[in-house]
Write a protein that binds this ligand. Sequence first.
Ligand code: RNT
Ligand code: ZN
Length: 418
Amino acid sequence: MTSTSRYASAKEIYADIGVDTDAAIEKLKKIPVSLHCWQGDDVTGFDHDGPLTGGIQTTGNYPGRAKTPKELMEDIDKVIKLTPGKKKLNLHASYAIFENGEFTDRNCIEPKHFEKWVEFAKEHDMGLDFNPTFFSHDKIKDGLTLSSPDKEIRQFWIEHGRACIRISEYFAKETGIPCVMNIWTGDGSKDIPADRLGPRERYKTAIEEIIAEPHNPALVKPCVESKVFGIGVESYTVGSSEFALSFAATHKGCLPLMDNGHYHPTEMVSDKIPALLAFFPEIALHITRPVRWDSDHVVLFDDETKEMAKEIVRADALERVNMALDYFDASINRISAWIVGFRSWQKALLSALCTPHQKLKKLQEEGNWTELMVCQEAIKLLPFGDIWNEYCEQCNAPESKWFEEVKQYEKEVLAKRI
Ligand code: RNT
Ligand code: ZN
């Protein structure tokens, strides 16, 4: 059987349960997912020489890490080419590009330090998202940035946040696509604090000062990302879930960002998505794979990933959820890691778009939990692989070819990097 006839047969099977697979494919082609630039270089960036510090960590030392803007862009080019679907590119402030030995500290960075990225985004017809970088810097004092009791430290980071709002607006104006700007800090403490409220009050005021930087809310969408704990920050996290949610709920234009690695292991972000959609016009996600903790493993086509995509699609909220990937694995070929993760989220979305949600919802509403279970189990064995292959073919990123090309690239490019 050729792939065309396999698709024709699968399409019929889906049509029988009321799913239009052509429409699903067309829809997915238009939904942007933000590709994180930091998988390519282990979250290093270009504005410092020191290690990754501040509550996150990469593990592994697979050869071939991108060390220059040129290398990173080359790698991103590969990932874009070998993945189906519409993209935005997600940058961190630490990826500023300085020319000829020039250096500008984070509180003073300007749009000009990101001109090359804008050019790159335009070439690929992509929007840009942005993140101030509150880690890997010597102005982190006792593990704190925006919540530091030291006014000078706080001020430095507030200025950084404000500079990033200006850069985000520049991105939106240049690309014509709104920029999601996410605020995450690793602020917290290793051991039991004596004051949990003070740092949170300072954090609140500091974020308020950042978002007070004049900007057009239709162009810049500030977010606050919460976290439960980090390595070396086990006892107290300033920007906890309650903090971030309450902040977003009480500050117009500010979105809550949920990273599914940032909760207790039995908490499910798939369940939290519709809870937030009941209150917020828009929310944001960092899609990752936590293995026991916020380990930032490569996203796979696993149950919770599928469940998250289902919640977005069945709530008809693809336009209300800003989806970004966030993982970094340095123990395997980084390009492959990037591609597997991006493709996994695309699979999850397509699979959700090929689910007869109306029919299933009706069964639930009628209280027919028996048939609901039977249907949900039957759906798992539908020939989804044929729909996926058709989508990949249409997007010129066939499943059967990409890994060969990555292996070739490893041989010809990555292995030659020193
Ligand atoms: C860290 C947060 C944060 C970072 C990126 C690099 O735990 O998830 O989003 O991963 O900003
Ligand atoms: Zn995150």
